[in-house]
Ligand binder design. Structure first.
Ligand code: FAD
Length: 376
């Protein structure tokens, strides 16, 4: 009865459904939650960063090689056109990140679901895939047999939104273990730090392994999180130390000269332009504080001692999932022809900044197109 079954109604699955239904296929989308795309809507809560407006080769470099053809085929410009086609004008922020003017995801999702319905896509919610076309549903077990299946069940973070990674237990030989990606890290703060929780550290240069970037991060009750930490989460997860240059535009000599003035340490640090939260961080990590040149050098290379990553369920995304070697270049499972996979289910990781959604949309589109190849 259906030409294709899509399991998982996140951005990857919806894009696969869009491609197939546009080509005239009868498509059923099944999702285990009461509504689709819950993580997509959550992503829009603090501004739905759809993509990054940068040249295709720079953009592609954030993905593993095996995804490059898919990203090249549906990169930043295509994502922006696609959003506009759904009536969502987009704008590019100062850092190149692209958002819908509405900022949140709900207007785009509403328009998208209406277009899918108009193309004949049907939806079943509260349908949990159990493998091999079988579902647990409110009406009891159901079986759906279709000539092609697209698996788009997401990663293993934010399980309350449906992305619980439980599918991986059904194919343990095919998956790389999940690890958190784009996540915060624990820090064993002393009680002095409590009044700075929620405060950003701005303007610092963050260094981990061979990566260095200027970006903001936030002190939290558990540790640290935010853009700068997420961007370095891979080397940090793999054990690199985090070192901060809190005054990247000033030399150690210049800082040392300004530190010579007679005043309390706190006042001298403040006069260097450091925020109260940054000063607290220096006192927390650098205690007992040295004087003169040694203090200047500490401000240029302050070690921030991290505990482990925050739990995977809090992570923005995950590494791990279906491995490249178990899939063809068409994202079809080598051991199960007719079954394709896409989105965060696949074993790749990319930074925040619009790369994740673009990667999910591009692989969903690729899988949907590939699934219809050779259709009678
Ligand atoms: C707080 C937050 C903010 C984010 N912000 C951004 C951002 O601004 N920009 C960006 O690029 N990315 C962002 N992301 C990441 C982005 O949301 C994800 O990468 C993206 O949603 C993954 O898409 P997907 O379709 O692969 O999987 P998901 O969106 O996880 O969808 C998978 C779907 O499969 C369903 N499912 C799972 N198992 C089963 C089963 N057994 N049976 C049936 N259905 C099942 C789930 O219910 C779910 O609906 C953010 C993530 C979070 C958590």
């Amino acid at each position: 009865m259906y030409d294709a079954l899509v399991v998982g109604g996140g951005p990857a699955g919806l894009m696969a459904a869009e491609e197939m239904s546009r080509a005239g296929a009868r498509v059923l989308v099944a999702d285990q939650k009461p509504s689709v795309a819950r993580k997509f809507l959550m992503a829009g809560k603090s501004g739905l960063n759809l993509t990054k407006d940068e040249p295709a080769d720079t953009f592609c470099a954030h993905f593993p090689d095996w995804l490059h053809p898919m990203i090249a085929d549906f990169g930043p410009a295509a994502v922006m056109d696609w959003a506009r086609g759904l009536g969502q004008e987009v704008f590019t922020g100062s850092s190149g990140r692209v958002f819908p003017v509405a900022m949140k995801g709900s207007p785009l999702l509403r328009a998208w679901l209406a277009r899918l319905a108009a193309q004949g896509v049907e939806f079943r919610t509260r349908w949990q895939w159990l493998g091999d076309g079988q579902f647990d549903t409110p009406d009891g077990p159901q079986r759906i047999d279709t000539p092609r299946v697209i698996l788009a069940m997401g990663g293993a973070s934010w399980s309350r939104l449906g992305s619980d990674g439980a599918w991986a237990e059904r194919m343990p030989d095919l998956v790389a273990p999940f690890r958190p990606a784009n996540m915060g890290f624990d820090v064993a703060w002393s009680a002095h730090m409590a009044r700075h929780f929620g405060q950003p550290i701005k303007g610092a240069l963050l260094c981990a392994g061979d990566q260095r970037l200027r970006a903001e991060f936030v002190l939290t009750a558990n540790g640290v999180e935010g853009g700068g930490i997420y961007a370095l989460s891979r080397p940090l997860r793999e054990g690199a130390a985090l070192v901060l240059d809190l005054l990247p535009d000033q030399s150690a000599e210049g800082i040392a000269a300004r530190l010579m003035r007679k005043d309390s340490v706190g006042n001298r640090l403040r006069k260097l332009g450091l925020s109260a939260a940054a000063i607290a961080l220096i006192q927390e990590m650098g205690r007992p504080l040295p004087e003169g040149m040694a203090l200047a050098q500490l401000l240029k290379a302050l070690p921030l001692i991290l505990g482990g990553p925050r739990p995977m369920d809090e992570a923005i995304s995950v590494a791990g999932g279906l491995r490249a070697d178990v899939l063809t270049a068409d994202l079809e499972m080598r051991n199960n022809p007719g079954i394709f996979a896409c989105g965060e289910m696949l074993d790749w990781e990319a930074p925040t900044g619009g790369y994740l959604l673009t990667g999910c949309l591009a692989t969903g589109r690729w899988a949907g197109r590939a699934a219809l190849k050779g259709r009678e």
